[in-house]
Design a protein around this ligand. Structure first.
Ligand SMILES: Cc1cc2nc3c(=O)[nH]c(=O)nc-3n(C[C@H](O)[C@H](O)[C@H](O)COP(=O)(O)OP(=O)(O)OC[C@H]3O[C@@H](n4cnc5c(N)ncnc54)[C@H](O)[C@@H]3O)c2cc1C
Length: 402
């Protein structure tokens, strides 16, 4: 069975050819290509990232100006701008390649009510902007941008809340209702990002409450499932039973999961079984299985495959074809992050698949943790950076040889 799937994927990869660099980099000038090459070469050096990241964090902490070094380099590669207006150029550039934008307000590490209210206001503005712009088909939020982490952790652990905490938790739900209600009113679907397991239960419960309320006619609210968790296939099956019984629509962004090391470390330290599959193969298999399951239930579920994995993207293409669904079927999207895996995004969009890019934005100071994660994630030459470098070099050579 596995062999058969593998053969299909090989066949499809030939058909799609994610490695067509002419299409993949058609949005970049020669100068921009060389700039990306320099950046990936730089963040591909583990020692530089190891020293550079804490230095940047420290400089940020003591309010040392870092904008002049960060903005023209790593920020301009991975982010749309410091505010919504600055993202306009990126939105237009992506739209010219048939790729949509998801404006991702990336302020992290906030922990007070005033910041949560500020994030909520930003989200309402993004939804308003998306309503007026067909090139922004979704919006997104992280619950920790709207809620105190320690409180989510307490709710997750089913600890007794104080009276004030009960009010605080109700306020979080009110904020999320306000955002979801506007998304519903303006017909702008919204993703709720997935986070660490020790805060994910309340996020799932709120997401389910929003889906019950706002997904009556179609999918507006999408939760995210992380397929590196070995309980998520069962969760998916459980949720579909609820949705069928109560007759509402489901939406899922499907990802592998971003917090593997943290999850494993905590499980080891606190002596409970790790919630993550023991190896990558099992995560990959579960990821592809979840896509198959969702396509089997496509009358009830809308999905977005948030992945930079070529095989999983090809698997979804294969599933659409097998189900005889058109490439731009409105319930199936592919998504990658700005500045990463353009070869997947643009080669899919050139074949009329629905593709959206996460475009993070925000003040440099607040976006820095996101950028540091991107640098760390891309630091292995064997992984993503190796692939990006190889593709960039191929395209530079192809253009030279013309
Ligand atoms: C558009 C988009 C939205 C995203 N939203 C979220 C979100 O809301 N929440 C979130 O947590 N992440 C999110 N991510 C990140 C995502 O979860 C992955 O970390 C990232 O995309 C890398 O996985 P991949 O599918 O692209 O491909 P790959 O590079 O093939 O897979 C890498 C992933 O596989 C898993 N893995 C690696 N080694 C092992 C191992 N030894 N054992 C078990 N599993 C392993 C890990 O999840 C790792 O991140 C998002 C990614 C994208 C592109």
């Amino acid at each position: 069975m596995r062999l058969c799937v593998k053969q299909n994927l090989t066949y499809l990869k030939k058909m799609i050819n994610f490695h067509n660099t002419e299409i993949a980099f058609s949005g970049k000038t020669n100068q921009e290509l060389k700039k990306s090459l320099r950046l990936f070469k730089m963040i591909g050096k583990p020692l530089l990232v190891k020293i550079g990241n804490p230095l940047l964090s420290f400089a940020n902490l003591i309010h040392f100006p870092i904008g002049w070094i960060v903005k023209p380099t790593i920020f301009s590669h991975f982010c749309g701008g410091e505010n919504i207006e600055e993202c306009e150029k990126t939105i237009q550039m992506l739209a010219s390649k048939n790729v949509g934008t998801i404006l991702d307000y990336s302020a992290e590490g906030q922990d007070d009510e005033a910041s949560f209210e500020h994030t909520k206001t930003q989200l309402l503005q993004i939804i308003q902007k998306a309503k007026e712009n067909k090139d922004i088909p979704f919006s997104v939020f992280k619950t920790t941008g709207l809620a105190r982490l320690a409180l989510l952790e307490k709710v997750n652990a089913k600890e007794k809340l104080t009276e004030n905490e009960i009010i605080e938790f109700e306020n979080i739900k009110k904020r999320i209702h306000e955002i979801s209600s506007l998304a519903h009113q303006f017909d702008v679907p919204i993703f709720i990002d997935a986070e660490e397991t020790w805060i994910q239960n309340p996020i799932d419960e709120i997401a389910l409450e929003m889906m019950r309320t706002y997904n009556k006619e179609k999918t507006i609210i999408y939760n995210t499932i992380q397929m590196y968790r070995h309980d998520r296939l069962d969760y998916l099956k459980e949720i579909i039973e609820i949705a069928e019984k109560e007759n509402f629509h489901l939406g899922f962004k499907i990802v592998r999961g971003a917090y593997m090391e943290k999850e494993r470390e905590r499980a080891l330290k606190q002596n409970y079984p790790s919630p993550i599959y023991e190896n990558k193969e099992k995560t990959d298999q579960a990821y592809n299985e979840s896509l198959s399951f969702c396509i089997e239930h496509i009358d009830r579920i809308a999905i977005c495959a948030g992945t930079h994995n070529e095989e999983s993207s090809a698997h979804l293409v294969n599933l659409l074809e097998k189900a005889k669904l058109p490439s731009n079927f409105h319930k199936v999207y592919f998504s990658q992050l700005l500045g990463m895996s353009d070869h997947i995004s643009y080669n899919l969009s050139a074949l009329n698949y629905n593709v959206v890019k996460y475009v993070p934005f925000g003040p440099i100071k607040s976006v820095l943790p996101y950028l540091i994660r991107r640098a760390e994630e891309n630091t292995s030459i064997a992984g993503q950076t190796g692939r990006e470098l190889m593709l960039l070099k191929t395209e530079i050579k192809r253009r030279k040889d013309l």
